[in-house]
Ligand binder design. Structure first.
Ligand code: SAH
Length: 207
């Protein structure tokens, strides 16, 4: 199979498993070249449903996890989104096709630079990549309609709840250790109402 056949097969797989559910999210997966967000030597695995190493001991999330989190956020064209953990920039790239603007914070300067370059190469100009500790959020652009955290936190960082709009949605893996629970939160009356969406596996959120 060539890369475009592999991409088609992956998307069909994600649809059949119920990870991809909405037309516009499926379209975003079709558009975004995942091969632009992984090291060139790994290109042939770009459309395997697996996490891949991206340097600095970090990974690009498996496509099914990107699908699950993107669907949970119910992305809208008017949304201003905060991502914690830019990594490769792929999750931000997918979201960039579905929302107005994304601010993504990455702790590792090398990864932030790489993510910025991959996003630019792919022609996506509504994503801002910042270096910093995303557990503090990004007060300068708060509040956000949606917040996505793509590293495992031992608890939900308070600043993120504060920087989420009333009625806004947050997706965040919570737990210490290798596995976490994927938590879906909706902010109501200043508090985050949470729901557990099942086990997941992310690299840890570091401070
Ligand atoms: N969304 C990414 C997945 C990246 S893996 C993608 O699509 O490729 C998680 C990332 O979170 C890693 O790059 C790691 O360096 C970063 N990270 C860990 N702790 C962080 C923190 N406190 N603030 C910002 N980024 C953090």
């Amino acid at each position: 199979m060539n890369l475009s056949e592999k991409k088609h097969a992956l998307i069909e797989h994600l649809k059949s498993q119920g990870y991809l559910r909405t037309g516009k999210v499926i379209e975003a997966f079709r558009q975004v070249p995942r091969e632009n967000f992984i090291p060139p030597a790994q290109k042939e695995y770009a459309y395997a449903d697996e996490p891949l190493p991206i340097g600095s001991g970090q990974t690009i999330s498996a496509p099914h996890m990107v699908a699950i989190m993107t669907e949970l956020l119910e992305p809208k064209k008017t949304d201003k989104v905060l991502e914690v953990g830019a990594g490769s920039g792929y999750q931000a790239a997918i979201l960039s096709r579905l929302v107005k603007r994304i601010y993504t914070v990455e702790l590792e300067p090398d990864l932030a630079r790489g993510a910025g370059e991959s996003l630019k190469k792919s022609g996506y100009d509504n994503v801002d990549v910042m270096v910093g500790d995303g557990s503090k959020g990004y007060p300068k652009e708060a509040p956000f309609d949606k917040i996505i955290v793509t590293c495992g936190a031992d608890k939900i960082p308070k600043p993120l709840v504060e920087q989420l709009k009333e009625g806004g949605i947050m997706a965040i893996p919570v737990g210490s250790g290798l596995y976490q629970e994927l938590i879906l939160g909706v902010k109501r009356k200043g508090r985050l109402e949470t729901e557990n969406k099942g086990a997941c596996m992310f690299v840890p959120l570091r401070h």
